[in-house]
Design a protein around this ligand. Structure first.
Ligand code: UD1
Length: 420
């Protein structure tokens, strides 16, 4: 497996271009299953998860073509039974369930497993689809769903930890072809859900209120092909902003939508980081001495769980005590032990990490446990004394387009070591 070798201590400077959002493009790709006509998706990031979703669509019978950052999918004749092993390997592939059910009234999708950040149940997805009239059983590792008719209804999708992003995507994608009106209450408000709704509406769906907790979907008979440009990746933008602050550099983040980053910008400002909007760009520099902050992850528009690990890396450099509380995923602290190898002083108490920061980190070999944990280790390595080797970086390639090349362009000393 490839690894990254990082020599720390160089401030990042220059411009970086943000790619399309992984978490937006995956459900949008799945939604192309809803029509037999051709769909063209632009600003598609070159990520292994995206390629993987392409293979899943092909295994269902779609024609899939990647050309630069444009993806064309035609789901002319498809089947409702996906390749078990292919689907099982990527948690995000659960978002094919709603579109398959909508189009074919039938879907067999392997049940996604848990992962290092928590158990990751799908009870809310199933609750929503059952409310639309689907009969669903879990059998031989498959979620088997059938719905001779899908009928609009009122569905409450709030769970223990708040709304569900992919659950909202699944229910929305099935309800667009249901008879009558569906109202989802406690829907996820993430920009990726709104982006999916824009795509579905451009295919002829009638969705109102996406991006708010109440989404109203008036079913239509069929959808048609459409073109769509994916929103920029707010998590990638936040990661670069934190990297600039950590290395005491100054970077201009282009192509991001700062309005999707309000909670992150607010916390970074509280921590003493200077962030300035210049038109569509965001200019980030450290400013002065960093200040400790308390952060709690929450559903959108709160502080994203996908930026928790990176924020923790920043707090490791910040003199004083910061408390970071994880409210979305119960075991999302895989990066704590690895940051510890770099010399960080972090202890876990229940859902909170207590970070005693202020010491310079020192390079060491570390192991990435999940996507965002990997990003935190990379940016920590950029500031650490000496060399940090981040192993198992396939996680990073799942969700950050060319992160090593982008950091190098900003002056970071980072090399990819290919496994021989
Ligand atoms: C998506 C994102 C992921 C992000 C997460 C939260 C994608 C591909 N992934 O994941 O990067 O970290 O949103 O912003 O878009 N839950 C239930 N029952 C369910 C579904 C979820 O209890 O049926 C719980 C989860 O365990 C978790 C919380 O709800 O505690 C939020 O999870 P959810 O929003 O569903 O995450 P994903 O959509 O899987």
């Amino acid at each position: 497996m490839d690894s990254l070798l990082i020599k720390g201590g160089v401030p990042l400077h220059g411009d970086v271009q943000i790619s399309g959002a992984k978490n937006a493009v995956l459900p949008i790709m799945a939604a192309t299953l809803l029509t037999a006509e051709r769909c063209v998706i632009r600003n598609v990031p070159d990520l292994s998860d995206v390629k993987f979703m392409g293979r899943i669509l092909e295994s269902l019978g779609c024609t899939v073509k990647f050309e630069g950052d444009t993806l064309t999918v035609q789901a002319h004749r498809i089947k409702g039974h996906g390749d078990y092993d292919l689907i099982r390997k990527m948690r995000g592939s659960i978002c094919i369930l709603g579109p398959l059910l909508g189009r074919l009234r039938k879907a067999d999708v392997s049940q996604p497993g848990g992962c290092v950040i928590g158990t990751r149940p799908i009870d809310l997805h199933l609750k929503g689809l059952r409310a639309l009239g689907a009969k669903i059983v879990i059998e031989e590792g498959y979620v088997r769903a059938k719905a001779p008719r899908l009928t609009g209804t009122e569905i409450f999708l709030g769970g223990r930890s708040g709304p569900t992003v992919l659950g909202t995507a699944n229910v929305m994608s099935a309800a667009v072809l249901a008879e009558g009106v569906t109202i989802i209450e406690s829907a996820a408000c993430e920009p990726e859900v709104s982006d999916l709704a824009h795509f579905l509406n451009s295919m002829g769906a009638k969705i109102q209120g996406a991006g708010s907790p109440t989404v109203t979907i008036t079913g239509v008979k069929e959808l048609h092909g459409a073109e769509h440009e994916v929103i920029p990746d707010r998590i990638e933008a936040a990661t670069f902003a934190i990297a600039a602050a950590m290395t005491n550099g100054e970077i201009t983040i282009n192509g991001a939508r700062p309005e999707h980053l309000n909670a992150v910008i607010d916390k970074l400002r509280e921590a003493g980081v200077k962030l300035e909007r210049r038109g569509p760009a965001l200019v980030v520099k450290r400013g002065g001495v960093l200040k400790p902050v308390d952060v709690t992850t929450l559903p959108y528009a709160g502080f994203p769980t996908d930026v928790q690990a990176q924020m923790m890396a920043l707090m490791c450099l910040t003199p004083g005590i910061s408390i970071i509380t994880e409210r979305i995923f119960e075991s999302r602290f895989g990066h704590v032990a690895e940051l510890g190898r770099l010399g960080a002083d972090i202890s876990i108490e229940g859902p909170s990490a207590i970070v005693k920061g202020g010491k310079r980190l020192s390079g060491a070999p570390v192991m990435a446990s999940d996507l965002r944990a990997s990003a935190a280790l990379v940016i920590a390595g950029l500031t650490a004394k000496g060399t940090t080797q981040v192993n198992r970086i396939y996680h990073l390639d799942r969700g950050y387009e060319k992160i090593d090349a982008k950091l190098k362009q900003l002056g970071g000393r980072i090399e990819r070591i290919k496994e021989t």
